[in-house]
Design a protein around this ligand. Structure first.
Ligand code: NAD
Length: 311
């Protein structure tokens, strides 16, 4: 696949600008173009971001138009409305469907390759719709999904067992929202199943503790929004990690959202499962052996999500 070292970010709000900043600091693109219906905003963000010390990032960052989607290795979509305190991500479906549909039509005029990474919420539904609209090969459109939730879960478990986060392997599957579930049967601490680890070290580990950890993870986004009205740094570093995997074809495994085609008996809905990510986007879904409760949860989640897709 031909590489151009160019990335487009549609939506230069808090999330788009933070992603641009993270990509520049990590030197993941030679060119980053910011596209926003508010041109003053994309121009201002681009001007601000390029004024750093050159050796801490030397990407050419500029405000552009949809024509600049040509020759991009990745097009990241962050445009759309954010949830207000007390709102669910799914409350944004109608408004953001209209915005993202219009954006997909603009991208299609100039698209000549590259992965489409959806960040706008509700990210699973937007990913599903974007895949339908873009008509690209499987995996080329995917969404950040539960990567941020998974990162929050890892941190909560690390704090609970009092080890550094590098020692924790854990995944959240399902919706980036209320319908999500950690794969508790597969969580390991320093490669030891967590039940065994906690037993060995006399750490209490039971369903109540799991519920408390999950409740904290699920409330995290709303807690941040209550205090500062939005979240953007956490998702920006998650996106930088995914972009690194795409542009350097790293074949990492992360829980991101893409359309399922029969995995666990689920069809025609975008949800997060552990996936291999490389130059072609989501290249493979890992088919872990989950327990029956986890499979039932996922099937139930897919049925509920299908109701939102039809909106
Ligand atoms: P924001 O309001 O700061 O920015 C949104 C930007 O989109 C604005 O600059 C606006 O001008 C632009 N925009 C609106 N309509 C457009 C259009 N038709 N074409 C081009 N640009 C358009 O919001 P934000 O805080 O940056 O959040 C953006 C999105 O990211 C929201 O949907 C939010 O819920 C989502 N988000 C997702 C995650 C995740 O984990 N997936 C995390 C945080 C935020």
């Amino acid at each position: 696949m031909e590489r151009h070292g160019k990335i487009a970010i549609i939506g230069a709000g808090y999330v788009g600008a933070s992603i641009c900043y993270a990509l520049m600091l990590k030197m993941l693109a030679q060119e980053i173009v910011l596209i926003d219906s508010n041109e003053q905003k994309s121009q201002g963000e681009a001007m601000d971001i390029v004024h750093g010390i050159p050796y801490m990032g030397n990407s050419r960052v500029y405000a552009g138009t949809y024509k600049d989607c040509q020759d991009c290795d990745v097009i990241i979509i962050t445009a759309g409305r954010n949830r207000r305190p007390g709102q669910l991500r799914t409350d944004l479906v109608e408004e953001n469907t209209v915005i993202l549909h219009q954006i997909s039509m603009e991208i299609k005029k100039y698209y000549n390759g590259g992965v489409i990474l959806v960040v706008s919420n509700p990210v699973d539904i937007m990913t599903y719709k974007m895949e339908q609209w873009m008509e690209l090969p499987e995996g080329m459109v995917f969404g950040t999904g539960c990567i941020l939730d998974t990162s929050r879960l890892v941190r909560q478990i690390a704090e609970y067992v009092k080890l550094s986060i590098d020692n924790i392997q854990a995944t959240i599957i399902g919706e980036h929202g209320a319908r999500q579930c950690p794969i508790w049967s597969r969580v390991t601490v320093a490669n030891i199943p967590i039940d065994e680890y906690c037993k060995t070290f006399g750490i209490e580990w039971n369903d109540l503790i799991k519920e408390e950890i999950l409740a904290k993870v699920q409330a995290m986004g709303a807690e941040i929004i209550k205090r500062k009205e939005r979240t953007h740094y956490g998702i920006a570093t998650c996106v930088a990690y995914l972009i690194d995997a795409i542009v350097n074809d790293r074949k990492i495994v992360a829980s991101v959202s893409s359309v399922l085609n029969g995995e666990y008996g689920i069809f025609d809905v975008a949800l997060s499962v552990p996936s291999v990510i490389g130059a072609k986007g989501v290249e493979k879904h890992l088919m872990e052996k989950w327990n029956q409760n986890e499979i039932d949860f996922m099937i139930n989640c897919s049925q509920q999500m299908k109701e939102f897709i039809s909106i």
